[in-house]
Design a binder for this molecule. Sequence first.
Ligand code: NAD
Ligand code: LMR
Length: 338
Amino acid sequence: MLRSILRSSTSNASRRGFASGASPERKVAILGAAGGIGQPLSLLMKLNPLVTRLALYDIAGTPGVAADVSHINTGSEVVGYMGDENLGKALEGSDVVIIPAGVPRKPGMTRDDLFNINAGIVKSLCTAIAKYCPNALVNMISNPVNSTVPIAAEVFKKAGTYDEKRLFGVTTLDVVRAKTFYAGKAKVNVAEVNVPVVGGHAGITILPLFSQATPKANLSDDEIVALTKRTQDGGTEVVEAKAGKGSATLSMAYAGAVFADACLKGLNGAPDVVECSFVQSTVTELPFFASKVRIGKNGVEEVLGLGALSNFEKEGLEKLKPELKASIEKGIKFAHQN
Ligand code: NAD
Ligand code: LMR
């Protein structure tokens, strides 16, 4: 067991020195840390100055990833944990748990095709979260997000630990893509672009609200339709380009790091931390829905409404509801039956 745990060489003194700054100590655990997303995400979280302890968990490969990442001269301590028997130690004391564990798509597959394998993985990891760090903010990356978030909620409810403020489906990659594609078409500085993306995280359930995009640009209806489709199909674009070698990993690691950073800032009391996320919601009649969310010391402080929608977006919203509803119900049913 000892061999499977690898501590970083960061000295206690340097860690204490770092932790004595303005930010409180924060532990982040990454479950699936040796994977395509997990590795670059581990790197990016090691670079985040708000992280003091980084726990890297996977069923295999974490000693190597932890040894590698731990040599980076930032203040956080890195510990790698491998195998089921070490999951509890990885989770204990975590403030934020990021879950990119599970299988990715291959060309021709939908995200829902991953359900049979990933639902069970998410269920067992969430069972452990309920036991070892029930107060952590959970950032769910594993697909299909439209079902894995409801599964997590049901697992936490069963364990008596569910707090809807602490469970987030990570849809940041949709926002990252919408910003990039919009900036390219509108010929504006991508660093200044904001685009809310609402709904869910699969195909037509991904609804970018380009009518609310800033800086404003005079795009034609056809251009908006094309941008919307490209955002909805962004994941598939990467899956096809990778031709059997998985789905988005690098852009997802970036997006996951942006979202985890927002959670840490919110926990630390930073004002006006707003990101889109798939959360428990009353914004529509569906029990979970992605929209802008204000994140604070307790997690979700406020789920923001959709704002004014164009007719095209209103149609998109109505079209996505049946599919999103079915995916949510599938997750809930799985959690009850297994
Ligand atoms: P990957 O196969 O490269 O890595 C997955 C990792 O999970 C592997 O290292 C594997 O060992 C690990 N794993 C499997 N079972 C585990 C368990 N029980 N506990 C801990 N770790 C476990 O896959 P990837 O490319 O990193 O993608 C991971 C998931 O993220 C997929 O489901 C993918 O569809 C999803 N994803 C989501 C988004 C999003 O926007 N939310 C974006 C990209 C990918
Ligand atoms: C993405 O949007 O890139 C992810 O959900 C992975 C996928 O399967 O498309």
